[in-house]
Design a protein around this ligand. Structure first.
Ligand SMILES: Cc1cc2nc3c(=O)[nH]c(=O)nc-3n(C[C@H](O)[C@H](O)[C@H](O)COP(=O)(O)OP(=O)(O)OC[C@H]3O[C@@H](n4cnc5c(N)ncnc54)[C@H](O)[C@@H]3O)c2cc1C
Length: 292
């Protein structure tokens, strides 16, 4: 892969990815890239396309399981400051794809803009949230999006406007390689009222989710009209362990890992849950986490 030599100052070779993910398991990336500008990111992606090198985008790693063998090709992270910008104009907030969702929420709330606070407590980045249409009981990120600037796997940059965007439960039409920037249309709301809403959301999250453990949020999507967590619990699986991976006793749709866990433990536990729930209820659970 000599033609990636031009990028050697932003590439780490055989970089372990476990610490970049919330589950803290999994193997290395053949190359981990940390581009310092949009132009550098674009030329790296274009070069990888020409060389037929696989490229993946890493956000906050909060919805990601990396296999123990690791991944070949280039994994890109957006940690440079230019990928974390947030700006406000009237009721429109613009955020770069690598910005933390929590920062986007707090900047909006400080400015008295409501809408995004329903995403309180969801870790990760703006790009990751758009990729999977992150959300919860209060609503999802999708309906707040006005436009998105994306970079394709071929290295092209273009803007997708409202009528070219569609969002469903944990699914988004924003499936290009990189979300560079997104605009959100929010509403003016009293800051005290927003703070109250956020407080309530945090209380609910803390009481229902194992936030102090290593996890990747919900492992499975809820089947239509059903709760994946309730099915797993009714199948008697809460607390089941495979190696260092365990079904949380606080929320059955969360797998938590300890320091000895491997990605294989998590994968075997996922398979075990799918088999038991299918045998017991005839329901096929589909994973919500991204598996590399
Ligand atoms: C404790 C906990 C609680 C959670 N609660 C919720 C919840 O209530 N609701 C919910 O929906 N999710 C929840 N999650 C899951 C997770 O936080 C979200 O899915 C989050 O949006 C993932 O963002 P990320 O940046 O961490 O993405 P990553 O995990 O890094 O990546 C996930 C996918 O997004 C892609 N991606 C990341 N950044 C970009 C980008 N800039 N451009 C294009 N693609 C990109 C990646 O390639 C990958 O395919 C929770 C997770 C944890 C650990």
């Amino acid at each position: 892969m000599s033609s990636l030599d031009d990028f050697s100052d932003i590439l780490k070779v055989d970089e372990p990815l476990a610490d970049y993910t919330w589950l803290k398991v999994g193997g290395p990336a053949q190359y981990l890239a940390d581009p310092q500008s949009v132009e550098q990111l674009q030329s790296l992606v274009t070069r990888c396309h020409e060389l037929d090198v696989p490229v993946r985008l890493l956000g906050g790693g909060s919805n990601l399981l990396v296999r123990d063998d690791g991944v070949s090709g280039v994994v890109i992270q957006l940690s440079a400051p230019c990928f974390s910008e947030i700006s406000l104009e009237g009721t429109v907030v613009t955020a770069s794809g690598g910005a933390l969702l929590s920062n986007l929420i707090s900047e909006s709330v400080k400015a008295g803009l409501g809408g995004l606070e329903v995403l309180t407590g969801i870790p990760g980045t703006v790009g990751g949230a758009l990729h999977g249409n992150a959300g919860g009981r209060g609503g999802d990120i999708g309906p707040l999006v006005k436009s998105v600037i994306v970079l394709t796997a071929k290295g092209e940059i273009f803007t997708r406007k409202e009528d070219e965007l569609s969002f469903e439960y944990r699914k988004s039409s924003v499936n290009e390689l990189v979300v560079l920037k997104a605009e959100f249309e929010l509403q003016e709301v009293d800051t005290d009222e927003l703070t109250q809403r956020i407080r309530k959301l945090w209380i609910t999250k803390r009481s229902t989710q194992p936030l102090s453990h290593q996890s990747a949020g919900c492992i499975f999507k809820n089947p239509r009209g059903l709760s994946a967590g309730a099915l797993i619990e009714q199948a008697g699986l809460k607390g089941t362990q495979v190696g260092g991976a365990e079904i949380s006793d606080r929320h059955a749709n969360f797998i938590v890992t300890n320091e000895k866990a491997t990605a294989d433990d998590v994968l075997r536990l996922i398979e075990l849950i799918q088999t038991k729930v299918s045998d017991r209820f005839g329901v096929d659970l589909e994973t919500e986490i991204n598996i590399w």
